[in-house]
Design a protein around this ligand. Sequence first.
Ligand SMILES: CC(C)(COP(=O)(O)OP(=O)(O)OC[C@H]1O[C@@H](n2cnc3c(N)ncnc32)[C@H](O)[C@@H]1OP(=O)(O)O)[C@@H](O)C(=O)NCCC(=O)NCCSC(=O)C[C@H](O)C(=O)O
Ligand SMILES: [Mg+2]
Length: 290
Amino acid sequence: MGQTPRPRRSVLYMPGANERALEKAKTLDADALILDLEDAVAPDAKDEARERVCAAAASGEYGAREVTIRVNGLDTDWHEADLREAAKAGPDAIVVPKVNSREQVTTIERALEFNGAPDHTKIWAMVETPIAMLRAADIAAASDRLTVLVMGTNDLAKELHAEFVPGRAPLLGGLSLALLAARATGKVILDGVYNDVKDAEGFEAECRQGRQMGFDGKTLIHPAQLEPCNRIFAPSEEEVAHSRRVIEAFDAAQAEGKGVVTVDGRMIENLHVDNARRILALAEAIEARG
Ligand SMILES: CC(C)(COP(=O)(O)OP(=O)(O)OC[C@H]1O[C@@H](n2cnc3c(N)ncnc32)[C@H](O)[C@@H]1OP(=O)(O)O)[C@@H](O)C(=O)NCCC(=O)NCCSC(=O)C[C@H](O)C(=O)O
Ligand SMILES: [Mg+2]
C-alpha cells in the first residue's frame, strides 16, 4: 500500500488583508487554507497583507489544517517579495497562480531554494489558462516539490470566453485535461471555486460533479461551503462498508486460488481491491484528523 493520504476535501481561500477571516479560520473545519495575496487583495493592501499572512502562516496556530500562501503571479511586481517572505514563513505550500509552463515551475523551485524555504514547503500550481490545460502534464511533472494542481475556473472561463452554466459543459475539456495530467503524474488535484455563496443546491451539485470526475477536493470561498464539501468528498458509510466487503470477498477468493469474485452481483478483480483500499485509507485519514 502507498502512503497515508492527506485529506484535501475542503481548501478555503481567504483574503490576506482580512484579519477577521484569518482569525476565524483557526476554528473552521477546513482540511487546508489558502491565505491569499493575489486576487482577493487590492493593490494598495498587498504589502500589509503579505506581512499579516506570513505571520499567520508562521504562527503554528492552525492545528491540523494545512496552511498555504497564494503569492501574486510571476509577471507581477509583487511576486518576488511574496515568494521571498513566504519562503521564510515556511507554510505547508506556496500556491502559485497562472502557472503556464514547466520552465516556470523550475523558476519557482529555484527561488524557493534560494530563499531558504524548508523542505516541507511544497509548490501548489494553479492551472487556469488554455495553455496550462494543454501543458498540464508537463507542468505537473516538472518537479517533485510540486504536489498539487489547483484549478482556477474563474480565470479559465474568462480566457475561454465561456459562460458559467449548471454542469459546467464549457469547462469540462479543461477540467478533464488537468485531471488526466494529475493522475498520470501522481499529483493531487483540487477543483475550482463556486462563486455563488448563497446557492447551496448549485454548490452541492458542483461538489458531486467534481467528486465523480475524480477531484480530490474543492477550493472554497466561504465557511458555509465547508460542511457540504467535506461530506461529499469523504467516502460515505456505504462506500466504506462496501470497500470492506470487497476486500474480504477477494481475500477469501484468493485463499481458494481464484482471481475474480462477485460482490452484490458485480465482478471484483485486483483493481477494484486497490480502489477499495484507497477509499478505506482516505476514510481512516479523515477519522484520524478528527
Ligand atoms: C465572498 C465573501 C466576500 C463574502 O463575504 P461576507 O459577505 O462578508 O461573508 P459573511 O458575512 O457571510 O461572512 C460570515 C463570517 O464568515 C467569515 N468569512 C467569510 N468568508 C471567509 C473566508 N473565506 N474565510 C474565513 N472566514 C470567512 C466572515 O469574516 C464572517 O465572520 P464573522 O464576522 O466572525 O461572523 C467572502 O466570503 C470572501 O472574501 N471570500 C474569499 C474570497 C477570496 O478569497 N477570493 C479569492 C480566491 S478565489 C479565486 O481567486 C479563484 C481562482 O483564482 C480562479 O481563477 O477561479
Ligand atoms: Mg485565478
